[in-house]
Ligand binder design. Structure first.
Ligand SMILES: C[S@@+](CC[C@H](N)C(=O)[O-])C[C@H]1O[C@@H](n2cnc3c(N)ncnc32)[C@H](O)[C@@H]1O
Length: 211
């Protein structure tokens, strides 16, 4: 059995190879929740806080992009949100998410490719721990912006490494094109404070409003 550090090394070693990344998360799925909780995983709490500020209506139709095992869905269900869909590339992670009963629909879909949803489908799109090096490419923001409704919000964690490398440029483009406007931003924080130093990546939650 792999320990948490080995799983985390595997997912970062995939380095943009989607097949390897999917395999790593499939293999981590059963232990993921316990491992993340031991390391004090903070992204879901940050997203939940900003949902309360920008998408407070529990009747909101929400997409959890890269929902994994559904840690965020569980949190939102406790807060009364019961129209939350999830997508992820890993079937193993989706299976655990499905077992929790807190998502309306779960589908295997790839961020960075075309998404199988109509324009303006969601009131809010949330994503926790997915916009980080070697995971969802920054280009996924174009499709996410297409499927969130005008006036809706994207509330997403982005590690500082991914932001500098690629996300900042795409966000700047979408703002310049009058598709998104910056609505809020958290301070910097470490997503996994209990992890070994090399894995303690700084992140922020970015809130972008669809124009
Ligand atoms: C660190 S986990 C976060 C899972 C969940 N959001 C959470 O906060 O616990 C990253 C998740 O992103 C998914 N993922 C990575 N790249 C993806 C992509 N391009 N498209 C869809 N899902 C992706 C992985 O399968 C994994 O479930």
């Amino acid at each position: 059995m792999k320990d948490t550090e080995a799983h985390l090394k595997d997912v970062y070693a995939a380095d943009g190879d989607t097949g390897a990344l999917k395999q790593s998360y499939d293999g981590w799925a059963r232990d993921y929740d316990g491992d993340m909780s031991r390391w004090g995983y903070r992204h879901p709490a940050m997203i939940a806080g900003l949902m309360g500020r920008h998408a407070p209506d529990p009747a909101a139709i929400v997409l959890d992009a890269g929902c994994g095992t559904g840690v965020l869905g569980e949190t939102l269900a406790v807060l009364g949100y019961d129209q939350v869909d999830g997508i992820d590339l890993s079937e193993g992670m989706l299976q655990i998410a499905g077992s929790k009963g807190c998502y309306r629909h779960l589908r295997q879909q790839m961020l960075g490719a075309e998404l199988d949803f109509a324009n303006d489908t969601y009131d809010a799109i949330i994503s926790s721990g997915v916009m980080t090096p070697g995971h969802a490419p920054a280009s996924c923001l174009h499709e996410l912006a297409r499927i969130v409704r005008p006036g809706g919000h994207m509330i997403v964690t982005i590690t500082e490494a991914a932001y500098t490398e690629s996300y900042a440029a795409v966000i700047t483009q979408l703002i310049a094109a009058d598709i998104l406007s910056p609505a809020d931003e958290s301070r910097k924080y470490v997503g996994l404070p209990g992890a070994p130093a090399a894995e303690r990546l700084l992140a922020r939650v970015h809130v972008l409003r669809r124009i």
